[in-house]
Design a protein around this ligand. Structure first.
Ligand code: SF4
Ligand code: SF4
Length: 447
């Protein structure tokens, strides 16, 4: 008797038009921002537990709260944008509070039956929210970190010390329990300026390495190993002129700046990158921006070029796996020692690409065996896990599957993770140092 009639509490108010919004990202594939939210049909597949597997939705898995599921976020966004009479609907705090805890892992884009892309919806919302309320200092610092690092390297020992003082972490709003990534002794660009070695024998082809902002400033040792590994395997390596990937801007919702970066990168690289001369990247979140975000960021006249570029922007592991298929790289070039490896894939790699090439690359030495940890997103999600109010949730996500699996691994088992944030999170959560697949394969060379 108390059940309301079927014509009440409807999602759509008869006669009310679907709101249209001007956006930085191109949402035209789904006829606009609002309809991209409306793709959520409410099925609730995003309310899985970690026992079921998959990545979507890590924040729901860790909290079991509806408002921390993809569906909860889609419902809040839709309802607040649809029902409001406010002149600036993107200024609503209620939406900000709900989207703040989306860690932009992109799992929903791949695993939701309707492919709701909450990471993209969030980034667009943040840009418009900041246009109304201003950009917080911490978001600016994180977004511009690659550019700040170009200055910080000039006083490197001091900047490494200062960045890890509790006082500065508190001022910025970072958790004092976190170790801030240190700057490398030398940037990859500085190392490359001394000359990239050439293959000793006939080259198997030319490879362009994308010197992403994380590798260049914080992990140039991995970049150097990537270059040496490719060279020893017979490839001519070049670092083309390019800008940073824009990932730090995207993750903080500074979409307009990432749009500029994407446009510059597409213009700089479109005429030199091809199937035969691919762009290969070490950090998944950086190189996959070419494939996932750039085509929706650039203006219409560059979209075809951006899509083509994205197809030839490969994870390092994708390049190696393809060369293994062509028998250009064989297990004879590597050690015959026995090694067990536990792999944690990057969440955006799982959503936009696959962990299969990582497994193929890591199992190339004939007595290497690889098991993938059934972990979703590690929980660090770029800067999210560093932010003081997000630290506990990030650790809780790590504790669901990843940390226990890493802790339970015997000492002789090697932990491998392609994502820089994942490696830092594993170190902070378990004390163990994970290696990038590049490092594992470089160390296994016998030529
Ligand atoms: S976000 Fe996707 S999985 Fe979750 S309820 Fe909506 S349609 Fe279903
Ligand atoms: S991007 Fe990740 S955290 Fe955000 S809603 Fe989708 S699955 Fe959840």
């Amino acid at each position: 008797m108390d059940t309301p009639p079927i014509t009440e509490s409807l999602r759509v108010i008869p006669g009310k038009l679907t709101p249209e919004f001007k956006t930085e990202f191109d949402f035209s594939r789904y006829r606009g921002y609002f309809r991209s939210i409306e793709k959520c049909n409410g099925s609730g597949d995003c309310r899985k537990s970690e026992l079921i597997g998959g990545t979507m939705c890590p924040t729901f898995m860790a909290t079991r709260d509806e408002d921390k599921s993809t569906r909860g976020r889609a419902n809040i966004l839709r309802e607040f944008l649809y029902s409001t009479e406010k002149e600036k609907p993107f200024g609503q705090q209620e939406i900000y509070d709900i989207l703040d805890l989306c860690i932009s892992c992109k799992a929903c884009k791949a695993e939701c039956p309707s492919n709701v892309d909450m990471a993209k919806l969030k980034a667009e919302f943040m840009q418009q929210y900041y246009d109304i309320h201003g950009i917080p200092l911490r978001s600016k610092l994180i977004a511009y970190l690659p550019r700040l690092n170009s200055l910080a390297v000039l006083v490197r020992p001091l900047s490494n010390f200062v960045m890890n003082t509790s006082v500065l972490k508190k001022v910025i709003g970072f958790s004092t329990k976190r170790n801030v990534p240190k700057l490398s002794k030398i940037t990859l660009n500085q190392w490359v300026n001394n000359g990239i070695p050439l293959p000793e024998n006939e080259t198997k082809g030319k490879v362009y390495l994308f010197n992403d902002e994380f590798t260049n400033y914080n992990e140039s040792d991995i970049g150097i190993k990537a270059i040496l590994l490719l060279t020893k395997l017979g490839y001519e390596v070049k670092i083309p002129i390019h800008k940073e990937s824009g990932r730090t801007f995207l993750s903080k919702g500074l979409v307009r700046t990432s749009k500029k970066i994407a446009t510059e990168n597409v213009n700089l690289l479109k005429d030199i990158i091809s199937e035969k001369t691919p762009l290969v990247g070490i950090e998944p979140s950086a190189i996959l921006a070419f494939r996932d975000e750039y085509p929706d960021l650039v203006d219409n006249d560059l979209q075809t070029a951006a899509t083509e570029l994205g197809k030839n922007a490969l994870l390092f592991e994708e390049f190696i796996a393809a060369e293994i298929e062509k028998v250009n790289i064989t297990s004879e070039q590597f050690t015959s020692e026995t090694k067990e490896i536990l792999l944690h894939g990057h969440c955006q790699q799982k959503a936009v690409a696959s962990t299969e090439p990582s497994k193929r690359m890591l199992s190339l030495p004939k007595n290497y065996s690889v098991k993938e940890i059934p972990s979703g997103c590690c929980g660090m999600a770029g800067s999210f896990g560093y932010e003081k109010e997000h630290y506990d949730l990030s650790m809780k996500i790590g504790e669901m599957v990843l940390f226990p699996a890493v802790r339970a691994a015997e000492e002789k088992i090697l932990i491998s993770a392609p994502g820089t944030s994942c490696r830092h999170h594993i170190k902070d959560g378990t004390g163990k140092q994970a290696k990038h697949p590049v490092e594992v394969l470089y160390d296994a060379l016998n030529i």
